[in-house]
Design a protein around this ligand. Structure first.
Ligand SMILES: Cc1cc2nc3c(=O)[nH]c(=O)nc-3n(C[C@H](O)[C@H](O)[C@H](O)COP(=O)(O)OP(=O)(O)OC[C@H]3O[C@@H](n4cnc5c(N)ncnc54)[C@H](O)[C@@H]3O)c2cc1C
Length: 328
């Protein structure tokens, strides 16, 4: 049995969620009781010694495709490369950690290979009877779906990053890195990148953001959300939110942090009127510095905070914004 995982990497570093996928792949192999291996697929520029370290997490071989036009994610190019390798072999499944990029990529590959695809998976199993089963939250975590997927051709499973476990290296062996020859003719592409435009920090994708200002139910339905956006703008941060804020329609779903939202790892996150429910903190545990402002001194969020401020966000926010503006 060959379990495939997709490597998320940035600036020559493999992202933590990829190691979490190795643990999922290992579990599937153990549960199958069959001999097998884990194959990783890496696309785009990443150094071979970096890919070799995947061996420490149980990966036997890495298939690596990198060519001109793969410096940054381009859906058509990456999908062609991935479809090429998937169709040459017979993996049991392809596991990915869900990001905006892998979501786009997986849909393209599933359509081209005519395979089953599950996004936002919390659990995935391959049974002895040859079934592929997955569980995923729907209706923003208010319901869960049990899914049965066609096991052949190999289903593609996108895991919610928050369910992927922190995984430590367990062996010394290096993975074998096989370079996959891949070329793409620029004139055959249906989309071309004309210009790369830098997003304003407050609109930046939460997964990319260095600073996040996150709003919770404590900010209320009134004008305070405007102050949250103003604070984010003043300090060059991106706006995040808890589920109640999304439910109220104050922010788009793509701004939700947590188990059923985005999984973020900023240098700084400022949590405003957020109690710190498990489902929220699961998505922000990797933040380096945490500031929390809440009126309740016993709130769980303070356990995660490097700096906790007890007070009313409606009073503190305007003062904070004007003080920051003064210092600018
Ligand atoms: C399966 C499942 C998945 C879920 N997924 C997610 C998810 O991905 N993301 C997510 O966020 N939630 C998720 N939830 C919901 C989660 O359990 C919590 O209900 C939610 O995170 C609470 O959001 P909150 O902290 O904004 O609100 P609350 O828990 O209501 O907290 C509001 C906070 O504001 C404080 N406050 C009130 N007024 C003020 C004031 N004037 N000034 C300062 N502080 C004030 C209060 O003291 C309180 O601490 C999920 C739930 C389930 C069951």
């Amino acid at each position: 049995m060959d379990i495939w995982i997709y490597v998320n990497h940035r600036e020559d570093e493999i992202e933590e969620t990829t190691f979490g996928l190795t643990a999922e792949a290992q579990r599937l192999l153990e549960e199958s009781g069959q001999p097998g291996r884990i194959t990783a697929v890496a696309l785009g520029p990443v150094a071979v010694p970096v890919l070799e370290t995947l061996g420490h997490y149980g990966v036997e071989r890495v298939l690596h495709a990198n060519t001109d036009g793969m410096e940054r994610y381009q859906g058509e190019v990456f999908a062609q490369a991935l479809v090429g390798v998937v169709q040459q072999e017979t993996p049991a499944c392809l596991l990915m950690a869900q990001t905006a990029e892998t979501e786009d990529l997986a849909q393209r590959v599933a359509a081209s290979c005519d395979t089953a695809l599950v996004t936002r998976a919390m659990n995935f199993n391959l049974t002895a009877e040859g079934k592929a089963l997955a569980i995923r939250p729907v209706a923003n975590g208010y319901l869960f779906e049990d899914l049965e997927l066609d096991a052949c051709p190999a289903p593609i499973v996108l895991f919610l990053p928050a369910v992927l476990l922190d995984t430590a290296p367990s062996r010394e062996t290096a993975a074998e890195v096989n370079v996959v020859a891949f070329e793409v003719a620029a004139e055959d592409l249906k989309t071309r990148t004309v210009e790369v435009i830098e997003a304003a920090p407050e609109d930046l994708d939460l997964e990319e953001a260095d600073i996040i200002v996150a709003a919770g139910r404590g900010i209320g339905k009134g004008e305070a959300f405007g102050n949250v956006q103003a604070l984010a703008k003043a300090i060059g941060g991106s706006v995040g939110a808890t589920r109640p804020i999304i439910d109220w329609g104050l922010a788009e779903y793509e701004r939700q942090i947590g188990q059923t939202g985005k999984y973020v790892a900023p240098r700084l996150i400022i949590n405003l009127g957020i109690s710190g429910a498990n489902e929220y903190t699961a998505g922000m545990e990797k933040a380096q510095q945490v500031i929390a402002i809440d009126s309740n001194p016993r709130v769980r969020m303070f356990r995660f905070a490097d700096l906790g401020v007890v007070g009313d966000v409606h009073e503190i926010l305007p003062l904070l914004i004007s003080r920051i503006e003064e210092h600018k």
